[in-house]
Design a protein around this ligand. Structure first.
Ligand SMILES: [Zn+2]
Ligand SMILES: [Zn+2]
Length: 386
């Protein structure tokens, strides 16, 4: 099959400028990239074709050779055979590859998830996982803060091998496949493909003589008990991070973190809104009417006293300043709000009924407006009964 013209491959005109060539290549490369064309196998060869064309046309020397001789300028050149015609470019496989990877980083860094970044990272011991621990506490504990010992099932560095995974003081040796890099490069046509080393799974080291206690992993399963400090003011959803208290890393890698997720149990008396607390307090009808003071429990375990003004209606709120929850991050404590729930008396004795009737009569005399309202309502109902 005849080779396609490089300019055609990139979709640009013959005399295209360097910028146009670059633009044409970017467009093609994005369109044809194998990661985006998993179900289109022909895209891969087209992608390679576009790369090949760009490699030539972006280089002024190679471009000049191509413009002059066409594909004949490179016959046998790329594969490392002999017989290069007159053009004086030394297209060695090595620097060819690196030139290509520059473009590649630039172009695909965004959707390759940045995994090509971090060159020179070399050997990477695997970091341990983060752990999540759910801790339920009472509102009282959230108010006061607490010290708690928790048991965390996790894995810890193996004692037998000090976390290295190698038996009896022997040392892990550098992986011969990747020379300790953890990655291997393979040449595929014009690509240099980098992947995790299959021999050492990216660790860069292999263990000839694995530790008997941990089988070479460098860590063992174990329950750890940890004393944690829960600060005052936490609420449901608060996360406490204990750096380095998660799972141990593989073969001496850094440990993950432990996150404690706080769940504050619903309280039977107090409802919380931020740092403020609310509670409903029942008061008798007469206390609400006459006024007085009532005692209420507070979250610190003590009692507070609030004045009820005479004539308070149900739903009225009173505030006890600074009797709410402490602020987790600076600032003063919240307040406590007491909402009155005026109770209508039930199961009245004869005497109580008598007094209330008397009270009702006196109320009508006292308050002619309401009495005229009641009488008009009464006459309305009487007229309905007809
Ligand atoms: Zn071990
Ligand atoms: Zn390796």
């Amino acid at each position: 099959m005849a080779k396609r013209d490089y300019y055609d491959v990139l979709g640009v005109a013959k005399g295209a400028s360097a910028d146009e060539i670059k633009k044409g290549y970017r467009t093609k490369a994005k369109e044809l990239h194998p990661d985006r064309n998993i179900d289109k196998p022909e895209a891969e060869s087209q992608f390679k074709e576009a790369n090949e064309a760009y490699e030539v046309l972006k280089d002024p020397e190679k471009k000049a050779a191509y413009d002059r001789y066409g594909h004949a300028a490179f016959e046998g050149g790329m594969g490392g055979g002999g017989g290069r015609p007159g053009g004086g470019f030394g297209g060695q496989q090595g620097d060819f590859g690196s030139a290509f990877s520059d473009v590649f980083d630039d172009l695909f860094g965004d959707f390759m998830g940045g995994q090509r970044g971090g060159n020179g990272g070399g050997r990477r011991a695997a970091r341990g996982s983060d752990l999540r621990y759910n801790l339920q506490i009472s509102l009282e504990d959230a108010f006061a803060g607490l010290q708690k010992t928790i048991n965390v099932p996790t894995s810890v560095a193996c004692d037998g091998c000090k976390g290295t995974g190698a038996e009896g003081g022997s040392e892990p040796s550098t992986c011969p496949t990747c020379s300790g890099m953890g990655k291997v490069r393979a040449q595929q046509g014009f690509f240099t493909v980098e992947r995790t080393c299959p021999t050492c799974s990216g660790l860069g080291q292999i263990i000839q003589n694995p530790c008997n206690s941990c089988g070479g992993a460098g860590r063992v399963e174990k329950d750890r008990s940890l004393a944690v400090n829960i600060p005052a003011g936490v609420e449901t959803g608060t996360r406490i991070r204990l750096a380095g208290e998660g799972e141990a890393g593989m073969r001496g890698g850094p440990a993950g973190d432990l996150y404690i997720f706080i769940d504050v149990v619903v309280h039977e008396l107090f409802e919380r809104d931020g740092n403020n607390l609310f509670c409903r307090v029942p008061v008798s009808m007469s206390a609400a009417a006459l006024g007085g003071s009532i005692e209420v429990p507070t979250i610190d375990g003590g009692r507070g006293r609030v004045q009820i003004p005479a004539g308070s209606q149900s739903g009225r709120q009173m505030r006890l300043r600074s009797k709410g929850m402490p602020a987790l991050r600076g600032g003063g404590p919240g307040d406590m709000f007491i909402e009155l729930a005026v109770e209508t008396p039930v199961n009245l004795t004869g005497r109580q009924k008598e007094l209330l009737r008397e009270f009702e009569e006196l109320s009508s005399e006292n308050n002619p407006e309401s009495s005229s309202f009641f009488s008009s309502v009464k006459s309305f109902w009487d007229s309905m009964k007809g």
